[in-house]
Design a protein around this ligand. Structure first.
Ligand code: FAD
Length: 459
C-alpha cells in the first residue's frame, strides 16, 4: 500500500538494524521519517573498520530485507555459511549440517549490514537522519521528544510534531525506560553468567584464498566453561568471540594468566593470533542480557521495536532476524488499522510477536548450553546427523528445529511446540535408539581414525 502513511511524520529513535529497516519501509509507504541516532557515524563511511560483531542473516531477515527491496545490496556484503565446524581438543574438527548453499545462512559484520541499511535510507528523500543526537526525555501525553547533541554544547531541542514515535534504541532503550515510568509495566533483565570479548583472526597471506579456516562455516570451540565462536568475513579475516565466566573477569588484569589459558584451550586460534592475550586485554568485555517486558507501547504515541522490545542472547543467531520480523509485523498492523485506532494496532503487534520473541529467547539460552558443552559430546552430534539424514529422506515430513527456526518463516513458538510434539512421538518409535546407534558408530569411527592417523580425529 504505497500511500498508507502519506501525510504522517514518524520519529524513530535509533538508526540501528531495526530502526533503519523500519524507516525505509515506512518511507516507501509515504511517511516522512526522522531518525535520531546518538552515534556520529556518516553513511558514506566504510563501516568495516569499526568495532563490530558478526551476525548471520537467516530466512526471516532475508524476507524482511527483500520486502524492503534492499536484500541484494546487503547480500553482496555477506558470505555463505552452510554449516558449523566444531574444533575439538587435539586440533581435530567436526563439520555438521550440509554443504548445500541453497540453505545457507549469510554471515556479515553487523556494521556492514547497518551501513547498507543506512546508505539505502539516506538515498530516500522521505528520510532524514540526525546523527550525534540522543534522546533526553519525552512527554507521554503529547508525544513530544527532547533531544540533545552528544558531543557539543548546543542546546537541547524539542520535536513536537510527530504523529508517533518508534523506540528502536536497542537493548538499553531510553524510550522503553521513559514510557514505563509510572506505569504498571513488568520488565525483566537476566544476564548470563558469561561475558565475551571480541578477537579478530587476521586474513592469511594468500590473496586468492585468504581464509585460514573454512570460510563457509561457523567455527566453534566448546570447552565447557569457556567457549569461542568465529564467523568469516569477506576480506579473509574472522571475527571471534571469546566467552568466559564473568567470575574470571579479574584474570584479564593478571599478565600471563589469560594467555596461558587461551594457548591451552584454543591452540589452533593462538597459532593464528600470536598476540591474542594483548588483544583480549585491551578489548572491553560485553555481556549477554535477555530482556522481556509486558508493555511494548504507550497509547497511540509510542511503540518499541527490535531489542528495545525483546532482547535475546545471540546463540541461535536470531536477534536481528526476529527484530526484522517485528518490523514487518508492526508495519502490517499499522496498515490494517485506521489511524484513529493506532493504539489497537500497537496492541495487535505486541500480541502477534511476544509469544514468539519469548520463545526464541528461551531457545537461545538453551542453545548456549548445548553449544558450550553438550555439542562437544557425541550424542547431540549424532542426534543432529540423524535429523539431517531424516530430513534428506523425508524432506516434507521431518524438518529439524534448526531448519524451522533458521530456514523458514514459521512462528518461533509454533515451530518449537510442533517439534516438541513430534519428538515425543518419535521416541515411541525408537528414535533415541537410532541416535545412540549413530553415536556408537561415531565413537568407533573416531577411535579407528585416531589409531590410523596417530592422534588426529575426524575432519
Ligand atoms: P541495535 O542494532 O542495537 O540499534 C540500536 C541503535 O539505537 C544504535 O544505533 C544506538 O546507537 C541507538 N541508540 C541507543 N540509545 C539511543 C538514544 N538514547 N538516542 C538515540 N539513539 C540511541 N542477531 C542475528 O539475527 N543473528 C546473529 O548472528 C546475531 N549475532 C549476534 C552476536 C552478538 C555478539 C550480539 C551481541 C548480538 C547478535 N545478534 C544477532 C543480535 C543483533 O545484533 C540484535 O538483535 C540487533 O542488533 C537488534 O537491532 P536493533 O535495531 O533493535 O538494536
Amino acid at each position: 500500500r504505497p500511500a498508507a502513511f502519506a501525510g504522517q511524520k514518524i520519529v524513530i529513535v535509533g538508526a540501528g538494524l531495526a530502526g533503519t529497516l523500519c524507516a525505509i519501509m515506512l518511507a516507501q509507504r509515504g511517511a516522512r521519517v526522522e531518525i535520531i541516532e546518538r552515534q556520529t557515524f556518516d553513511p558514506k563511511d566504510d563501516y568495516s573498520n569499526r568495532r563490530s560483531f558478526n551476525v548471520t542473516v537467516s530466512s526471516r531477515g532475508e524476507a524482511a530485507m527483500k520486502a524492503a527491496g534492499i536484500w541484494d545490496r546487503v547480500k553482496a556484503r555477506t558470505i555463505a555459511i552452510t554449516g558449523r565446524t566444531c574444533h575439538e581438543g587435539l586440533g581435530s574438527t567436526f563439520f555438521s549440517y550440509s554443504r548445500d548453499r541453497s540453505v545457507a545462512l549469510h554471515g556479515a559484520r553487523r556494521s556492514d549490514v547497518n551501513g547498507e541499511l543506512l546508505a539505502a535510507a539516506a538515498e530516500h528523500e522521505g528520510i532524514a537522519i540526525r546523527f550525534g543526537w540522543t534522546l533526553r526525555d519525552l512527554d507521554k501525553a503529547s508525544g513530544a521528544l527532547t533531544i540533545a547533541p552528544v558531543a557539543s554544547d548546543a542546546p537541547a531541542e524539542t520535536i513536537g510534531d510527530a504523529d508517533f514515535v518508534i523506540g528502536a534504541d536497542g537493548v538499553h532503550s531510553a524510550v522503553r525506560r521513559l514510557i514505563h515510568r509510572g506505569e504498571r509495566a513488568d520488565f525483566t533483565q537476566r544476564y548470563l553468567d558469561w561475558n565475551y570479548r571480541e578477537i579478530a583472526i587476521p586474513a592469511g597471506p594468500d590473496a586468492d584464498h585468504p581464509w585460514r579456516m573454512d570460510p563457509n562455516s561457523l567455527h566453534l570451540w566448546p570447552r565447557g566453561d569457556l567457549m569461542m565462536f568465529a564467523l568469516p568475513n569477506p576480506d579473509g579475516s574472522f571475527t571471534g568471540n571469546f566467552i568466559y565466566p564473568c567470575a574470571r573477569e579479574a584474570d584479564f588484569a593478571a599478565i600471563g594468566l589469560v594467555g596461558e589459558m587461551f594457548r591451552r584451550e584454543f591452540p589452533d586460534v593462538a597459532a593464528l593470533v600470536p598476540d591474542a592475550e594483548e588483544r583480549l586485554r585491551v578489548t572491553p568485555p560485553s555481556y549477554f542480557p535477555t530482556q522481556r517486558n509486558s508493555k511494548w507501547s504507550h497509547g497511540d504515541r509510542f511503540v518499541l521495536l527490535g531489542d528495545a522490545a525483546h532482547a535475546t542472547v545471540p546463540f541461535y543467531g536470531q536477534g536481528m532476524n526476529s527484530a526484522f520480523e517485528s518490523v514487518l509485523e508492526l508495519v502490517s498492523c499499522l496498515e490494517r488499522f485506521p489511524r484513529s485506532e493506532r493504539a489497537r494496532a500497537f496492541e495487535a503487534y505486541q500480541s502477534a510477536r511476544k509469544p514468539h520473541t519469548d520463545a526464541v529467547a528461551d531457545l537461545s539460552i538453551e542453545n548456549f548450553d548445548e553449544l558450550r558443552s553438550r555439542f562437544r559430546h557425541v550424542v547431540p552430534q549424532a542426534r543432529r546427523r540423524v535429523e539431517v539424514l531424516l530430513n534428506r529422506l523425508l524432506p516434507n515430513a521431518f524438518v529439524p528445529l534448526h531448519v524451522r527456526v533458521s530456514h523458514s518463516l514459521e512462528g518461533y513458538r509454533t515451530a518449537i511446540d510442533a517439534c516438541a510434539r513430534r519428538d515425543r512421538l518419535l521416541r515411541w518409535f525408537g528414535f533415541d535408539l537410532l541416535v545412540y546407534a549413530a553415536a556408537g558408530g561415531q565413537i568407533a569411527a573416531t577411535a579407528l581414525h585416531r589409531v590410523w592417523h596417530g592422534g588426529t580425529g575426524l575432519s
